[in-house]
Structure formats: structure tokens, C-alpha cells
Design a protein around this ligand. Structure first.
Ligand code: SF4
Length: 420
């Protein structure tokens, strides 16, 4: 939830509306809250990226809870996590120039604020940003900033515990839960509207897939360009891209025609047609497999050499992303914000920046649903196509229908080539 609000650039009011609805439900059942926290620890301790993501969300949740809890909750939490913090008696503040120094060095502090002193190493964040007065190795922190101390301590302790947990060997008892724990990190918790066919919006068919390249997020554009160049996709690429196109509204019949053409007849019907029928629930256990969410793509298998699946912001270098964006016509100036987010490991925010760069009138087109941008590749696609329709009406030029289903559309635009 915190991540989604961040991706949507939600302001304080919107955050409050969402979280006020959600948190009372969590707070009502502490037991479930604790259990889910520890299950998530097990699920998210596995890699550094997962740990970083989990820490960010847990710290945001704690901050929100403390900021909206009853008066005194932060000081109670502080006495538990940081017993070294002590309240500076009023007489000490008044009896010397201490209060004057604190007032001069602490932005936004009120005269009547209670002041706590802690060893400055516990308030490094505040010290670094010159938010507190430091003397004799002690930082003097006003009550309004105590939440920073609590969350810093919580973050350090949780981070240490996650690292320790990741080193614990898997016992036979835990082995049984490994599959479940692995899946927790790839589950998309928002209502999955993209399981359903969205052909009413996209009119996708076997002839116009390449023409929709401009509506694809980088992960899918990368696969489309690689397919055009190499006339083949490896297993994970076929799955990621095949399910994406299915969610985007490409029917099984059109998918078979399109990929057979793209694979240039390299034994497609014999080797791969089964894969597609399986994806569409026509073979095997006939499950209706949904397209991958960003969480699944980002936390899934990293691509090896000659593979093109995954999220380029996560699995590629800055150079890879720059090359891909340039091929898609994103200017160097527009790339700056995207690359900055990639370098900060905010992969999904980088993706949102890409959308904003290619859809500068996103505010004006506010009737288009952009809620899941950065959360689901199909949301990116859906929003981009919807904006295009809004601005240009039904884009019939994309529908190059031919009676044979083997249109004459050039599948390999020269500017979209991918280096091997
Ligand atoms: Fe694709 Fe999601 Fe990565 Fe964007 S953030 S490139 S939609 S996986």
C-alpha cells in the first residue's frame, strides 16, 4: 500500500484517506499483524533487494502508525527501543544557555518543546541534515523529532535481523514452506484487473502488435525488440511476453499466428504452440494464468546472457536502460529522471517516470486509469493506449487486418533494433 501511494505520488490527504481505512483493520487483530510481519521477514530476507524493499515499507508503516497514534506512543516506543534517550529536565534547559543554543540550531522547534538527549550516533540522520543541536557527544532532540530516532533504531535492528535470518540454513521444517515464501514476494495484491481480456480497449491482433511498441513499458518493449531482432525468445521471455500480450487482449488464435510468423517458422507449431495453448488455459491443468505483475518480474529469475526477460531497471545496467530508451525515442533530457530513479534502486518509480516522459499530458488525461502504473506492465500498456485513444480516437491505423491474418506490416522497424 505504501509503495502504491508513492507510485501514485499521493499527497498527505490521499495517504490519510487510504491508510485510515486500512490500518484500523490491522490494528484490531495484533496477532495476525505480528504473524504476517514474521512471515514477511522469512519471505523477504533472501536477497539484498528484497530486504531493502521490506525495510522501506516497514519503516514507512511504523512512521505512519507513530504519527497517527495516541499522544505518548512515540515516547513509549522510544523507551523500549532506545532506553539511552533521556528527557532533559526543564531546569537544566533554563539554567544555562542550552535552550538558546537548541533553539538556534533546530529548525521549526517550539519554545515549549520537551527536549530529549541521546548519544549522537543514534541520531545520525538528524545530525547529518543539521536538524539537532549536538554538544559533548549528545544530540538534543525535540519531542517532535523522536519518531526519527525510533524509526532509525527500528530500521537498524530489523536490517540486522534480516541479514542474520538470511544466513540460517533451511531446515526440513522450513523446506516445506519454501515454495510459498518464494511466491509471497511476487504476488500482486491489488485487484488483478488484467487477468481479464482487455481487447475492448486495445484491439490487439496478430498484425498490430509491433505497432503497439510505443505503448509498452520497457520490460515488454525490450522483449518485443529482441523478438524482432532474433526471431526467437527463450523460455522466461516467452512466458513474460506471451502472458503480457494475453492480458493486453491478444487472442490465442492471433498469438499463435503472430509468434509463428515472428519465430520465422523455426518449428514453432511443433515446439512452442503447446506453450501458448498452455498459457491460455487450453492445455495441462487448464489454469487461466494471469500476466506477470511488476513484483513478479522484478523479483523473478534474473535473465542470463541472450535472455531478455525481467525488468531492465532492475536487471539491466544504466547503459542498457539508456540504450533501450534512446531506441524508443526518449530524449537524453527525459532520461535523466528515469535514470536517477534507477540508480536509487526505485525501479518502479523509474518506470513511472518513463510513462510521464512519454505521456506529458497525463494530468490533462486524468479520466484514464493510471492507478497501477509501476505496479503492473499491463496497467502501463492499458493507460498508454487509453490516452492515445482519448487524443486521437480509435487508432485504426494500428489495425492492419488482412483476411489471411498474415499482414504486410513491417515487423522490424529499423530504429527499433536491439544489439545482441
Ligand atoms: Fe516492467 Fe514493471 Fe519494470 Fe516497468 S517496473 S519495466 S512495468 S517490470
Amino acid at each position: 500500500m505504501f509503495e502504491q501511494l508513492k507510485l501514485r505520488n499521493a499527497d498527505q490527504k490521499q495517504c490519510k484517506e487510504h491508510l485510515d481505512r486500512l490500518l484500523p483493520r490491522i490494528n484490531k487483530d495484533f496477532k495476525k499483524d505480528w504473524i504476517s510481519h514474521f512471515v514477511l521477514r522469512l519471505a523477504y530476507c533472501r536477497t539484498e533487494d528484497l530486504r531493502r524493499w521490506f525495510l522501506t515499507q516497514e519503516v514507512a508503516l511504523l512512521k505512519w502508525r507513530l504519527g497517527h497514534a495516541a499522544a505518548g506512543s512515540t515516547t513509549n516506543a522510544l523507551s523500549t527501543v532506545l532506553p539511552e534517550a533521556t528527557l532533559v529536565p526543564q531546569r537544566d534547559l533554563e539554567g544555562s544557555n542550552l535552550m538558546a543554543d537548541i533553539l538556534a540550531s533546530t529548525p521549526g522547534i517550539k519554545m515549549e518543546s520537551k527536549i530529549y538527549q541521546v548519544p549522537f550516533i543514534h541520531a545520525l540522520d538528524l545530525v547529518e541534515h543539521r536538524q539537532v543541536f549536538v554538544r559533548g557527544g549528545k544530540a538534543f532532540v525535540p519531542e517532535s523529532r523522536l519518531v526519527n530516532l525510533v524509526t532509525a533504531r527500528f530500521r537498524a535492528s530489523l536490517s540486522r535481523q534480516l541479514v542474520l535470518l538470511s544466513a540460517v540454513p533451511t531446515t526440513p521444517g522450513l523446506q516445506r514452506t519454501q515454495g510459498f515464501l518464494k511466491n509471497v514476494t511476487t504476488v500482486h495484491t491489488v485487484n488483478d484487473q488484467f487477468q481479464a481480456d482487455s481487447s475492448n480497449v486495445t484491439n490487439l491482433n496478430s498484425n498490430n502488435v509491433p505497432a503497439h511498441l510505443k505503448h509498452m513499458p520497457l520490460c515488454m518493449a525490450q522483449l518485443q525488440m529482441a523478438l524482432q531482432k532474433e526471431k526467437h525468445l527463450k523460455h522466461w521471455g516467452r512466458l513474460q511476453y506471451g502472458l503480457f500480450l494475453k492480458g493486453a487482449g491478444l487472442s490465442l488464435e492471433d498469438a499463435l499466428i503472430y509468434f509463428e510468423r515472428m519465430f520465422a517458422g523455426k518449428g514453432f507449431s511443433k515446439e512452442y504452440a503447446y506453450n501458448w495453448r498452455h498459457m491460455y488455459g487450453k492445455e495441462g491443468k487448464r489454469a487461466n494464468y494471469p500476466p506477470y505483475s511488476c513484483a513478479k518480474v522484478i523479483n523473478g529469475n534474473a535473465p542470463n546472457a541472450n535472455e531478455h526477460h525481467g525488468c531492465p531497471y532492475k536487471h539491466g545496467t544504466v547503459q542498457d536502460v539508456t540504450n533501450l530508451l534512446s531506441r524508443l525515442g526518449v530524449t537524453a533530457q527525459q532520461q535523466k529522471g528515469i535514470i536517477a530513479q534507477q540508480q536509487s534502486h526505485n525501479y518502479q518509480l523509474a518506470c513511472v517516470e518513463h510513462f510521464k516522459a512519454t505521456h506529458p499530458n497525463i494530468e490533462r488525461d486524468s479520466q484514464v486509469q493510471t492507478d497501477n502504473l509501476g505496479n503492473h506492465p499491463n496497467a502501463w500498456f492499458h493507460a498508454s493506449v487509453s490516452i492515445d485513444k482519448l487524443n486521437h480516437g480509435d487508432d485504426d491505423k494500428l489495425n492492419v487486418n488482412s483476411p489471411t491474418g498474415k499482414g504486410t506490416l513491417d515487423d522490424s522497424p529499423p530504429s527499433m533494433e536491439v544489439s545482441p
